[in-house]
Ligand binder design. Sequence first.
Ligand SMILES: C[S@@+](CC[C@H](N)C(=O)[O-])C[C@H]1O[C@@H](n2cnc3c(N)ncnc32)[C@H](O)[C@@H]1O
Length: 228
Amino acid sequence: MPIFSRSRFAAALQDFVGKRRMEAGLYHEIAEQIQLPETGRILDVGTGTGWQLEVIHQMRPTLELYGLDLSQHSIRSAERNLKELNVDLRVGSIEKTSYDDETFDIVTCASSMSYWENLIACFNEIHRILKRGGVAILFEPQKGIDIDQAVETIRANMADASKLRQFMAVHLNKFGLRSGNALGLNLYSREEIEDIINRSQFADRTSIETTTLQNLPIFMRIHLEKVE
Ligand SMILES: C[S@@+](CC[C@H](N)C(=O)[O-])C[C@H]1O[C@@H](n2cnc3c(N)ncnc32)[C@H](O)[C@@H]1O
């Protein structure tokens, strides 16, 4: 992943965007699409600001929370945002982690997979740290999306916000979607992801659906299951 993405500046930008997404209810929308167990351990990969874990905690206060992110600046920000909660936050890549085998009941991930370098190694690592019968759920934008249409939806979503916020949201998203590759973002089609997963230890235990978040029907929800 390019140095930019691990920088203090990227984390500050992520902090700003994360707060807006929290206010807009994105993390609730994601959590509602996940079948959360009543108890056990949950890991959020590429947790960034950590807001996803905060929302999951509101919905299932009995779950033990874990967050992982490649950027130490992001983990610092998650530590600040989640200081009231008991969360195990670690800096590191999902390609090779320090968790024991079969640690987690569920692994979640939103908008991070497109930055991973060796996807098969990452999926195999998720497989290793999941308990038998555990699941991983990933949400990612798909390749080939209509950027202009997506930006118009983002503008419409922000209709009630101040002009400054609208401007920031529209231009940050436009920049992110158009310059993604330069920032290390690799979007995949459903077929490409299916092919990669079929070469991992999750082969045959996968389902991928297109889903809508924040009125944008551009996401895939990837469901991976570790055999009992
Ligand atoms: C676009 S942000 C999404 C953050 C958060 N999931 C959210 O939805 O707000 C992507 C995050 O993935 C992290 N990341 C990228 N590659 C990673 C890897 N190999 N392992 C763990 N985290 C990674 C980045 O540092 C960044 O914080």
